[in-house]
Every structure is written in structure tokens, then in C-alpha cells.
Design a protein around this ligand. Structure first.
Ligand code: ADP
Ligand code: MG
Length: 238
């Protein structure tokens, strides 16, 4: 069974069709990157998977279950945005455990989950700080910690590194890759950066104007681009 099936999904804002019959299917442990230029519909598709946008046509299934009409909290997903959206008055620990607290998970289990996630992300020494006392990279780690403790079926990332400087971007890329390997999670990751896509993905969907131009392993996309557009975008040799 696929962890995520996007089945002939369409999105229109009035007359404007931003996604045209997109079909993508990924298995457990896959790292799918949605790659394409600004405005091609990547965030719209991710938001539809998350339940933050309505679906105009087609069906989205997570672990075999149709989620079209489910609210975000019932979808077994966790989302990490580029703006970290941490609670400024809470400590790092409180930020990470907030979702578990809402779900009335016992303190001992919360402590254990926070410890595991913070060790993994190397932020254990920061647990008592407030977000304002953290660097951009540290905040991004906290945002990931908050997602990890939810143990979702599916992680959704929307350009999580685009606010970071170049050096940090490379560090965090490595970190995300390591997390994926360690946790065996299934990830959908949006970026316009082909290097990010090529290093992280097990599958890449190259998009243009709401249409998937090619869906394949990164090496195959690079070696055998489906068309000139894909070749240019991923920088294949001419
Ligand atoms: P990307 O994430 O690839 O940059 P988006 O998914 O944000 O692209 O946007 C895809 C297209 O949909 C763009 O042309 C954008 O202007 C349009 N769009 C996004 N949200 C809305 C909206 N709420 N109303 C109308 N058009 C929208
Ligand atoms: Mg976007």
C-alpha cells in the first residue's frame, strides 16, 4: 500500500487552474521532492495534502484512507514551514511538547519523546531557552522536533531552508537527510532548489505550470530528462 496517493488532483481558483490532474504515488520511507520554479503550484499541492486547501478535483489518500474531507488534525501529518512559527512566549521544551499536551499525553511519555527528539536534533542544551534566544538554524531544528514527536505517517516540508544562509542550508540539508535515514519516515518536501532536490530525494517530481513533467529517481531525472524544460531545470548536460 502506498503511504501517499495523489490521484488526478486538480486545483482551480475561479478560472485560474493552478494544478491540472496531478498523479503521484509514494511508498513508506520515500522522500518525495516537489521541484519547480516559483508559482508552479508546489505549495498549493502540499497544502492540499495537509488539508489547508480544498481539493477541486481528484482524490488524496494517506495510508489508503481518502482524506479529501478530513481536517488537518485528522490526517496523520506534520508540517514544517519556512517561517518557523514557534510560540514566542514558550521555551523550546514547551514548544516541542505542546501538541502532545493538547492530546493529553502523560508527562513521563512527553519527557521521553522530547528527550529522543532533542538528542536526535542536538538541541538538548537549548530546551530551557525561548525562541528569541536561538539562531535561525536552531529554530528550524525546534520546528522539526515539534514535528518528530507527533510521529506522523507523513512529514510535509515547504521550503524549510530558504530563510537560512548558505552554510547553514547545507548543514540542515545534511541533518534532514540523516533524520530521514534514522527514522525511516515518509517525506514530501517542496523546493525550487535543484541541488536540494537531488541530494535529498528518493523521488523527484519536476513541475511546471501545475503539471508534473517527470517523476522519477533523481539520478534518472538528471541522466534521462523527459524534455528540454526538465533538462534545463535540473542542469543536465545538453
Ligand atoms: P509555488 O509554491 O510553486 O511557488 P503556489 O502553489 O504558491 O506556487 O502557487 C501556484 C499558483 O497559484 C500561482 O500562480 C499563485 O499565484 C496561485 N495562487 C496561490 N494561492 C492562490 C489563491 N489563494 N488565490 C488565487 N491564486 C492563488
Ligand atoms: Mg511555495
Amino acid at each position: 500500500m502506498s503511504t501517499l496517493e495523489i490521484d488526478r488532483v486538480r486545483k482551480a481558483y475561479g478560472q485560474l487552474e493552478v494544478l491540472k490532474e496531478v498523479s503521484i504515488s509514494i511508498g513508506t520511507g520515500d522522500f518525495l521532492v516537489l521541484l519547480g520554479p516559483s508559482g508552479c503550484g508546489k505549495s498549493t499541492l502540499l497544502n492540499m495534502i495537509a488539508g489547508l486547501e480544498t481539493i477541486t478535483g481528484g482524490e488524496i489518500r494517506i495510508a489508503g484512507k481518502t482524506v479529501n474531507d478530513l481536517s488537518p488534525k485528522d490526517r496523520d501529518i506534520a508540517m514544517v514551514f519556512q517561517s518557523y512559527a514557534l510560540y514566542p512566549t514558550m521555551t523550546v521544551r514547551q514548544n516541542i511538547e505542546f501538541g502532545m499536551k493538547i492530546r493529553r499525553i502523560a508527562q513521563a511519555d512527553r519527557d521521553k519523546a522530547v528527550k529522543t527528539a532533542s538528542d536526535l536534533l542536538q538541541i538538548t542544551h537549548l530546551l530551557d531557552r525561548k525562541p528569541s534566544q536561538l539562531s535561525g538554524g536552531q529554530r528550524q531544528r525546534v520546528a522539526m522536533g515539534r514535528a518528530i514527536v507527533r510521529e506522523p505517517k507523513l512529514f510535509l516540508f515547504d521550503e524549510p531552508l530558504s530563510n537560512l544562509d548558505a552554510k547553514l542550508r547545507v548543514d540542515m540539508r545534511t541533518e534532514i537527510k540523516r533524520l530521514h535515514a534514522r527514522l525511516g519516515t515518509t517525506i514530501v518536501y517542496v523546493t525550487h532548489d535543484q541541488i536540494e532536490a537531488m541530494t535529498l530525494a528518493t523521488r523527484v517530481a519536476v513541475m511546471k505550470d501545475g503539471v508534473v513533467q517527470q517523476l522519477d529517481e533523481p539520478q534518472a531525472v538528471y541522466d534521462r530528462p523527459a524534455n528540454v524544460y526538465v533538462a534545463r531545470f535540473v542542469g543536465s548536460p545538453a
